[in-house]
Ligand binder design. Structure first.
Ligand SMILES: N[C@@H](CCC(=O)N[C@@H](CS)C(=O)NCC(=O)O)C(=O)O
Length: 206
């Protein structure tokens, strides 16, 4: 049983979607980042960066336990472990679009959310800078998805799994999906996958 430490955010949901897609059994530990639980000394032993998500796999490589942080690395690990969603044939395309999410989509949309929502007094410079960058990234994805069913090509992969929960927050970064028809088609197709719906509902927060 894999232990998943997560919260109701896009980076956390990437991993719950992947676990659902792979059919791996897992136990959810909700880490309330609003209450600072990510800085608890015991949690920092698993994730020294003090963020979610993290996993502990008691059956890691060669049967030894493995603790991991960084959602992109966790997706690659789970793909290697199960042989799913990271085909050898298309490996470098998939990794390229995964890194595009990790280095572009995640940090830029995250900053847009911070300036547009999290701050009490909106800072126009920040909202404009990261809002424009978010729209530019949607343009890159839209052109890619015009000619490809998925970000990494013809097959659904960890690059799509990593990007979907961020696009699901399009209203937060004030992007109208109607203006990006190919992203919308991709978004609807992925959202219709039962494993994605289950992964997006993790963790259940009452
Ligand atoms: N690069 C990290 C980013 C993780 C991250 O930023 N997680 C956020 C939630 S989406 C978090 O834990 N924030 C709490 C904090 O910064 O204190 C990853 O992909 O795992």
């Amino acid at each position: 049983m894999i232990e998943l430490y997560t919260w109701s955010t896009p980076n956390g949901r990437k991993v719950s979607i992947m676990l659902e897609e792979c059919g791996l059994p897992y136990r959810v530990h909700a880490i309330n980042i609003g209450k600072g639980e990510q800085f608890a000394p015991d949690y920092l032993k698993i994730n020294p960066n003090g963020k979610i998500p993290s996993i502990v796999d008691p059956q890691g490589p060669e049967g030894s336990p493995l603790a991991m942080m960084e959602s992109g690395a966790i997706l690659i690990y789970l793909a290697d472990k199960t042989g799913q969603f990271l085909s050898q044939k298309n490996k470098y395309q998939i990794l390229q679009w995964l890194m595009f999410q990790m280095g572009g989509v995640g940090p830029m949309f995250g900053q847009a959310h911070h300036f547009m929502r999290a701050k009490k007094d909106e800072v126009p410079y920040g909202s404009e800078r990261y809002g424009n960058e978010a729209k530019r990234l949607y343009g890159v994805m839209d052109r890619r998805l015009e000619k490809n069913a998925f970000l990494s090509g013809s097959d659904y992969s960890i690059a799509d799994i990593a990007t979907y929960p961020w696009v699901a927050r399009h209203e937060w970064h004030r992007v109208d999906l109607g203006a990006f028809a190919h992203v919308k088609r991709w978004f609807d197709a992925i959202g219709a996958r039962p494993a994605v719906a289950r992964g997006m509902a993790v963790p259940q927060v009452t």
